[in-house]
Design a protein around this ligand. Structure first.
Ligand code: SF4
Ligand code: SF4
Ligand code: SF4
Length: 419
């Protein structure tokens, strides 16, 4: 099999197809710390794309409660178990060498097996086909925390403190990752799945698909789903008419997807980044995605060890146990949480841009404001400035302007009671 470079793993890996990259890549950052689990994203995707017969159990966007929840149930535990069995069979360890970092290996080097490397000779990648029952209850274990161990009744008397809560859960927001090396495409015997050269969005050609479900079996994130009424598989389409700027609201420029644009928790920021021929991201420090993912490294890929180079990035939750988070987001977790907990002046400004406009932001500027707070975070001095973040769309028009300190608007006396 050909070898391709996976920068999440900091090394080359085997993949079914030769290395080829789009001109731009659809990317998003989800800030887990801010999610309120309202499922507005989930309902909006369903109302837009999966409201028809045969799609009843199909949730292209879902938000599950970790550590117990999952859609389909226990999807990640099952894949991790298969991966672990493969490591044991080959006498290898799923370890990272976090000391070997560099531009092409920001999280270090993964010395374990990916889902492709762990596969036997009869498979493209390890995987499993979830039975129907596991797709049926997407909110099983919603809001279920780990047990409190300090008291017979399970009631905590001392409360919870950072850096790690003893009793914890968090929401994990999931859509298709529009992976750089999609396992779904690699698995398809009909070559019905393709990655678009213009934006890296991964789509299933419904005319070519024959419903063999190899993509459902081998997508490690279980984001390809089978529809019995059409006997084809379907998946998140990244709301491509909006990304193409063809939505009537978009004014001809790329817009954020439906699930991103509706989020009341303001946890999602979506964009397109420029990709070089070798697959690296073209340097663009004033692009919010490039800044958050490549410069601050505050947002990390989900299960990078699977080896598909997913393109949805997460700011990890501050309160969850670090070992659990390292397994989920790789060795960059500790630094990412430290940077998020005491953000730099620029990071705090860029974080204001989440959900301020439906248009994708391609460039930002920070206008400096006055010092408004001096305090300590984790025993270190920390200062807050009332800077203003300004966002620009694909045509470099200003589309967002947000200050760090929310302005207070007083109602005029004659309208005090009006709504
Ligand atoms: S998340 Fe799954 S369905 Fe989506 S591109 Fe990656 S492998 Fe394919
Ligand atoms: S990007 Fe669009 S299609 Fe994909 S999960 Fe979000 S709303 Fe659904
Ligand atoms: S809409 Fe936003 S806040 Fe609500 S569940 Fe989805 S990601 Fe979380």
């Amino acid at each position: 099999m050909p070898e391709v470079y996976n920068w999440h793993l900091g090394r080359k890996m085997v993949y079914v197809f030769d290395e080829a990259h789009p001109q731009k890549q659809f990317v998003a950052v989800f800030n887990i710390n801010r999610c309120i689990g309202c499922q507005t994203c989930t309902g909006t995707c369903k109302a837009t794309w999966t409201f028809s017969k045969g799609q009843e159990a199909m949730w292209w966007n879902n938000v599950e409660t970790k550590p117990y929840g999952g859609y389909p149930q226990h999807w990640d535990i099952k894949i991790l178990q298969l991966l672990d069995e493969a490591h044991q069979a080959q006498g290898k360890k799923a370890e990272w060498d976090a000391a070997q970092t560099g531009d092409a290996a920001p999280y270090g080097v993964y010395n374990g097996l990916t889902i492709t490397e762990a596969a036997g000779s009869d498979q493209e990648a390890i995987g499993y086909l979830p039975p129907d029952a596991e797709w049926r209850a997407p909110l099983f274990y919603e809001d279920t925390s780990t047990a409190y161990k300090g008291d017979k009744l399970g009631i905590s008397t001392e409360g919870a403190t950072l850096p790690e809560h003893q009793t914890w859960f968090f929401y994990l927001q999931r859509i298709c990752n529009h992976c750089t090396y999609p396992a779904c495409a690699a698995a398809c015997p009909r070559k019905a799945i393709y990655k678009r050269p213009e934006d890296g969005i991964v789509l299933i050609d419904q005319a070519r698909c024959r419903g063999y479900r190899k993509c459902v079996e081998q997508c490690p994130y279980k984001k390809s789903m089978y529809r019995g009424t059409t006997r084809t598989s379907e998946k998140c389409v990244a709301c491509y008419p909006r990304v193409e700027g063809k939505d009537p609201l978009s004014d001809g420029v790329p817009m954020e997807t439906r699930c991103m644009a509706v989020c009341p928790g303001k946890i999602r920021l979506n964009g397109l980044v420029d990709i070089a021929q070798d697959g690296s991201w073209v340097e663009n420090p004033k692009h919010p995605m490039y800044y958050l993912i490549k410069i601050e490294k505050v947002a990390l890929p989900l299960y990078p060890q699977f080896g598909t180079e997913p393109n949805i990035y997460y700011i990890p939750p501050r309160w969850a146990p670090r070992a659990y988070l390292r397994q989920m987001f790789g060795p960059g977790v500790d630094d990412a949480i430290a940077r998020y907990a005491a953000p730099s002046r620029e990071l705090l400004a860029v974080l204001q841009l989440f959900r301020t406009t439906q248009r994708m932001i391609f460039r930002y500027e920070v206008e400096e404001g006055p010092l408004v707070l001096e305090t300590e975070v984790n025993g270190q001095p920390w200062k807050m400035y009332n800077d203003t973040a300004v966002g620009f769309d694909a045509q470099d028009r200003e589309v967002a302007r947000l200050s760090v300190v929310e302005p207070i608007h007083e109602r005029p006396a004659e309208r005090l009671n009006s709504i």
